[in-house]
Design a protein around this ligand. Structure first.
Ligand SMILES: [Zn+2]
Length: 110
């Protein structure tokens, strides 16, 4: 069975200088939490991928993303991905379950 989200919740942390976070409950019982900024910076859409900074010493991501960017809402895409709608009006990114789970592994590896 591939890993799938049981639920996705948009949360506002009590203490945070940044935007909100997206908490995902996975089918294996694990939970991952992603900051909206992190999700936005790693937007997998073609346009954002084009503008990713190739310098490995800086955060890769599209230019001009506001640090306070938030996830406004999301839509399920089929049974394999999630489409996040961001406060900077960007909504082109299709985040597959696999991609989301790997994002968390990368975040934990730092
Ligand atoms: Zn994008």
């Amino acid at each position: 069975m591939p890993l799938t989200p049981e639920s996705i919740e948009i949360r506002r942390p009590n203490k945070s200088l940044a935007g909100n976070v997206v908490a995902i409950q996975w089918s294996d019982g694990s939970q991952t939490t992603h900051s909206s900024f992190n999700l936005r910076m790693r937007c997998p859409c073609a346009k954002c991928r084009e503008t990713h900074n190739p310098d490995p010493n800086v955060i890769r991501g599209p230019k001009g993303v506001p640090p306070m960017v938030e996830v406004k809402t999301f839509d399920w895409v089929g049974n394999y991905a999630v489409n996040f709608i961001f406060s900077d009006s960007h909504n082109a990114g299709i985040y597959t379950y696999k991609f989301l789970h790997e994002l968390d592994e990368k975040a934990n590896a730092i």
